[in-house]
Every structure is written in C-alpha cells, then in structure tokens.
Design a protein around this ligand. Structure first.
Ligand code: NAG
Ligand code: NAG
Length: 295
C-alpha cells in the first residue's frame, strides 16, 4: 500500500509539480509526519485527532510533508487546560533557508484561571521580530476553536474562528517581507518558561505534566508543491491559473469584507495587548509595513 502510494506520488511529481489539493486529516496521502518526539504524539480517530504532549523529557511536534504556496490552512486546537504557565503551543507555516518566510500563531499559556495570550508573528526574508499579541474572547482550553492562515496574492489574514486578528496586505511597501516561498505547515508544543508567561515570571509547574494540546481538522486547502522545489519564484503559475475557482484565491478574498473589517477593528481596539508597531523602544523608526492600512 505505502509502496503503491509512494510510486503514484513519484509519477505525479514527474507529470505535474503543482496542484490544488484539499485535505482535512493527519494521514491523508501521508499528509503530516512527526517532527520530533514520537512517543509524545498520539494519533486518534484514524488521523482526525492528534495530541501533542510536553513533559520534562521533551516537547513534541509534527509537520506537513509537502509545502504550499497560497491557500487556506486551518487547524482546530484545544489547548492545555489548567496551569499552563510557561507552555507554548505553536501552529505555523514556514519556508526553508536563510531568507525564509514564516507565519506564526503562538499560544502563551498561563496560570489556572488567567487568560492565554495569542501571539502572531511574520517573518519575511528571514527576519522576524514582528510580534503582536491579543487576548482571545473565549477560553481556548475549554473547546476546539479554529485558527487559520489565508494567503493569496493580495493579503495574508490570520483568523481565529473566522475573525481576522491580523492582516498583511501585499503592496510595494510590504513586498520586501511578503511570504514569497512555499511553506510547510507545523504544529508543536514546547517549554517557553524563559519568556512566555508574564515575561518569564511564571515558569512551568512540572508537577502538572504532561501538558497536552489536541489538534483536529487538518485543513490544507491550498496550492501544493509536490516537487518541493523551494527556490523557483514563479513555481505557482499553474496554481495561479486556477485561483479564481477556489474561494481563498477568488476576488472576494482579495480584501476583508465589511463584516470582517468590523470584527478586526473590534479585536484591535479591545483585545490587542502588544504590537511591535507601537513599541518605540524596540523600533524607534516605525517599520514600513506598519504604515500600510489593512485594506
Ligand atoms: C497571564 O495572566 C496575567 C494576569 O492576569 C496577565 O497579565 C497576562 O497577560 C497573562 N498572559 C500571559 C501570557 O502572561
Ligand atoms: C514570473 O512571472 C512574471 C509574470 O508572468 C514574469 O513577468 C516574470 O519575469 C517571471 N519571473 C521569473 C523569475 O521567471
């Protein structure tokens, strides 16, 4: 079976490197693989649910086998409940190399009853340091909620349950940092005691270990680079031709609609805890992308 699939995927690679795909399971077509700590990753329901654990020996994580260029990448997460101070769960997309692109969701745990912070970050040409942090409007450890990256030729939108919490519009001014290479999809859990909770004041309480985050709905509705050619800048032209037939590449997805704009504003005005754009100690000169409106 695996031999056959392997052969098929090789043939597919020879015929066409790029294709539109839609998966929503850990296993489909060998979609994901364990990145580190096999014994701390558990796969249930034939690949519909994956648990990642952190204990004193190690964190753990998994990664998509393929890379994607444009699409909607989504995962449902139920975070570590109770005392999760110092624990960081990440869901992110990243390319390879010194000038890599990266889009991050990082969930910063907290003591029991205290709120999680959701940190987002964007790396362009290998440079990050663009953190924003928001409080969520729900307890992310009580139930599964959806987190997604929409990425097309016009904008990158980070969404939480369909609410945009961060937008990067592609313009001449932001081109220098706009994701411009195929990226893999990752999820991991690790020890962030040195910085995550109240700036590192609240460390992990190992008596509560293992810390477990549960993942579902591994939605990869995207343009897939089967060949893993990571350097060709125009490799997505075949996908480009088909973009309009996918909601995330259609005209409607080139900017936020009025409903999304209202929600985005609500988050920015009420839930934003930190924004590198206004951190003049770190950035005495406002970074250029901070001057670009989100629509
Ligand atoms: C943790 O809880 C404290 C107290 O409510 C809060 O100030 C902080 O923003 C919370 N989140 C993190 C990640 O420190
Ligand atoms: C990429 O595609 C654009 C539009 O088709 C073209 O103008 C440009 O020269 C191409 N770049 C490379 C490196 O092939």
């Amino acid at each position: 079976m695996s031999q056959m699939l392997f052969t098929c995927s090789l043939i597919a690679t020879l015929i066409v490197n790029i294709r539109m795909i839609r998966y929503a399971n850990y296993h489909n077509n060998f979609n994901y693989q364990i990145m580190w700590a096999d014994d701390l990753i558990k796969v249930y329901d034939a690949g519909d649910t994956v648990e990642m654990a952190l204990d004193q020996t190690s964190g753990s994580g998994f990664v998509s086998k393929n890379s994607y260029y444009y699409g909607n990448v989504e995962m449902k997460l139920k975070l570590v409940p109770g005392n999760s101070a110092g624990v960081v769960t990440a869901f992110y997309m990243s390319g390879k190399g010194d000038t890599h692109s990266e889009l991050d969701f990082e969930f910063l745990g907290n003591k029991s009853g205290e709120p999680y912070q959701l940190q987002t970050n964007i790396y362009g040409r290998g440079v990050g340091g663009r953190e924003q942090r928001v409080y969520l409007w729900f307890d992310p450890a009580a139930k599964y909620h959806s987190y997604s990256f929409l990425w097309n030729d016009h904008q990158v939108v980070f969404k939480v349950d369909s609410v945009p919490v961060r937008v990067l519009r592609k313009t001449e001014e932001t081109a220098f940092m706009y994701p411009n290479q195929p990226m893999q999809v990752f999820s991991s859990i690790w020890d962030g005691s040195s910085w995550a909770t109240r700036g590192g004041l609240d460390k992990i309480d190992w008596s509560q270990a293992p810390f477990i985050t549960s993942c579902r709905k591994f939605e990869l509705d995207a343009c897939q680079d089967d060949s893993n050619i990571l350097t060709t800048p125009n490799f997505s032209s075949e996908c480009q031709a088909q973009l309009q037939s996918h909601w995330w590449g259609s005209t409607a997805a080139t900017t936020l609609n009025s409903h999304e704009r209202r929600k985005y504003k609500y988050v920015q005005e009420n839930l934003l805890v930190y924004n590198y754009c206004t951190d003049t100690l770190r950035y005495p000169t406002i970074p250029p992308e901070c001057l670009i409106t989100p629509w």
